[in-house]
Design a protein around this ligand. Structure first.
Ligand SMILES: [Zn+2]
Length: 184
């Protein structure tokens, strides 16, 4: 097991804000395994990494994919910053409204603007945390931008907002905000 001081400190910080916060491996929970199967079906296999690669907040629990145990400290830190945004959204909207915004337009799948806006707020934090940990140059990496665009336009989240130019505009706005911020 690698030493993970930075992400461990952030977990403690999140616990002070959300005392019931806990981390649970997805594979240990039957419901999570069932969601994995359901997602493979509704996305016709486009989301087949739910159990292995994706992190999911439900309630005050962060469900961890199997790759977590081999994830380096910095990557854990960036992920936790993203997931903390979802915890705060749930507190802001309440669970019912949050779930409604996130899930309602699942049929037809695609054009899920509620989910896209909630995820963008969290992915903007992914960019900020990346700049913090790896430097602003890393936040400007086109490969990272392509990855972010794919989260919205692919089946990973059910084709939630299949308009790459919109996502790229959101990325540019966040990058400008990062550039304007005082150097760390
Ligand atoms: Zn998210």
């Amino acid at each position: 097991m690698p030493a993970t001081p930075r992400s461990d400190a952030l977990i403690e910080e999140i616990r002070r804000e959300f005392p019931r916060f806990e981390l649970v491996p997805k594979a240990e929970r039957r419901l999570q395994r069932a969601i994995d199967v359901a997602l493979k079906i509704v996305t016709v296999g486009a989301q087949r990494e739910y159990l292995t690669r994706y992190h999911t907040v439900l309630g005050d629990t962060l469900y961890l994919p199997t790759k977590w145990s081999s994830t380096p400290d910095e990557a854990r830190f960036v992920t936790l910053r993203h997931e903390r945004v979802h915890l705060r959204q749930k507190r802001r909207y309440g669970f019912a409204l949050f779930a409604l915004l996130y899930l309602l337009p699942i049929l037809p799948i695609g054009l899920a603007l509620g989910r896209a806006r909630l995820e963008w707020e969290a992915y903007a934090e992914t960019l900020r945390a990346t700049a913090e940990v790896h430097g602003r140059q890393a936040a400007r990496d086109p490969a990272l931008h392509d990855y972010l665009v794919a989260q919205f336009t692919s089946g990973a989240y059910g084709w939630m907002w299949p308009f790459p130019s919109v996502i790229r505009r959101w990325i540019d706005e966040t990058l400008r905000e990062i550039e304007r911020a005082p150097s760390p």
